[in-house]
Design a protein around this ligand. Structure first.
Ligand SMILES: [Zn+2]
Length: 236
């Protein structure tokens, strides 16, 4: 059994690497997903600014229409001035003209304010274009890095899988099935050393009988708490 445990120890070293590499294989594309998300967010901001520019341009048209209507009103009142018969009527129309002229200067101020807002929104829109391009560059760079790293992980996985395949025929089927079951249930850690009479996996202190059985090295001994297979520390 001692050689079985020794082989399982080698297998665990390989499986720890395999477990770590498979986790990397899952994690790396997620980081890429976040970079892609940042591109989408910047694009959405760009679209919002584009919509703002269009809405402001619409406001500009409305205000210009309003202005030309008011200018038309002033001309109309000025023509009426020639037809009035009384001073009272004349004064009333003069009053209308003054009011219409005040409205015109308000409308003109309004148009200037909208033009300034359009100018600002267009500048922001242009800056946003640059922000999108920057995030797209970052995404492409990250994509290239991740592809390279994944290729390395893939090669390492293949190498460890090959080493694993070489060890498997050396292990008894019953020992292997116990090991594989614990490996699957305990996050890739099936065989742990006893460290000062405690389980190297869950740190629970083991009863003296269990410690003795591990030292005898005559059978697979499981931790009473986490069910991992216990072995002696290297050189113990
Ligand atoms: Zn344990």
């Amino acid at each position: 059994m001692a050689d079985q445990i020794e082989t399982l120890r080698k297998l665990q070293v390989i499986d720890t690497e395999l477990f770590r590499l498979r986790a990397e294989q899952r994690q790396k594309p997620l980081a890429l997903e976040q970079a892609k998300q940042r591109v989408t967010e910047e694009q959405a901001k760009g679209q919002a600014l584009d919509a703002r520019v269009k809405a402001l341009q619409m406001q500009q048209k409305e205000k210009e229409l309003e202005l030309s209507t008011r200018e038309g009103n002033v001309k109309k009142f000025q023509l009426q001035l020639f037809q009035v018969k009384t001073n009272k009527e004349y004064a009333a129309i003069q009053q209308e003209i003054a009011q219409a002229k005040a409205d015109i200067s308000l409308a003109e101020e309004g148009i200037l304010a909208v033009l300034e807002a359009i100018d600002l929104a267009m500048k922001q829109h242009k800056a946003q274009f640059a922000a999108v391009a920057k995030q797209q560059d970052a995404y492409r760079a990250e994509e290239a890095v991740v592809a390279k790293e994944l290729a390395v992980v893939q090669a390492q996985l293949a190498d460890y899988e090959r080493q694993r395949g070489e060890l498997l025929p050396l292990i008894l089927p019953t020992a292997l099935s116990t090991y594989e079951r614990v490996l699957a249930n305990r996050d890739g850690l099936a065989l742990v050393p006893l460290i000062q009479d405690s389980c190297g996996g869950c740190h629970m202190v083991q009863p003296p009988q269990v410690v003795n059985e591990v030292r005898l090295n005559a059978k697979l001994v499981m931790c009473q708490s986490c069910s991992r297979i216990l072995c002696l520390q290297d050189g113990a």
